[in-house]
Unconditional design. Structure first.
Length: 105
């Protein structure tokens, strides 16, 4: 197993489940998603592991209420920051969570 940041994997998963699947991000393009992740991860502790045992141990800590709360708080702040100041133009009237340039169904 290679060196792996468990925090990044957990935050990616939480972003997908708590925000993207529910359409709670203004733009779901890869640039905005990467910006959200970078902002959130810069405010959370990194937890690098190199074994499956280490991964399991660290993931177990992420189920503690305080860690869940910390991750959700940082994701919420990052989603808000990127929604207010995306690094690209979002067409007027585009629905939250839609992909830029995607046609409505």
């Amino acid at each position: 197993m290679t060196v792996y940041n468990v925090t990044e994997a957990m935050v990616r998963s939480l972003l997908e489940d708590a925000y993207l699947k529910r359409g709670l991000v203004r733009c779901g393009c890869s640039q905005c998603i990467d910006d959200i992740l970078a902002i959130a991860l810069n405010h959370l502790p990194s937890h690098y592991v190199s074994t499956e045992h280490g991964t399991a141990y660290v993931k177990a800590k992420y189920f503690e209420p305080q860690m869940q709360s910390d991750m959700l708080r940082e994701l919420a702040l990052a989603v808000d920051i990127v929604a207010r100041r995306p690094r690209h133009a979002i067409p007027e009237g585009e629905a939250p969570g839609s992909q830029p340039g995607a046609s409505p169904v």
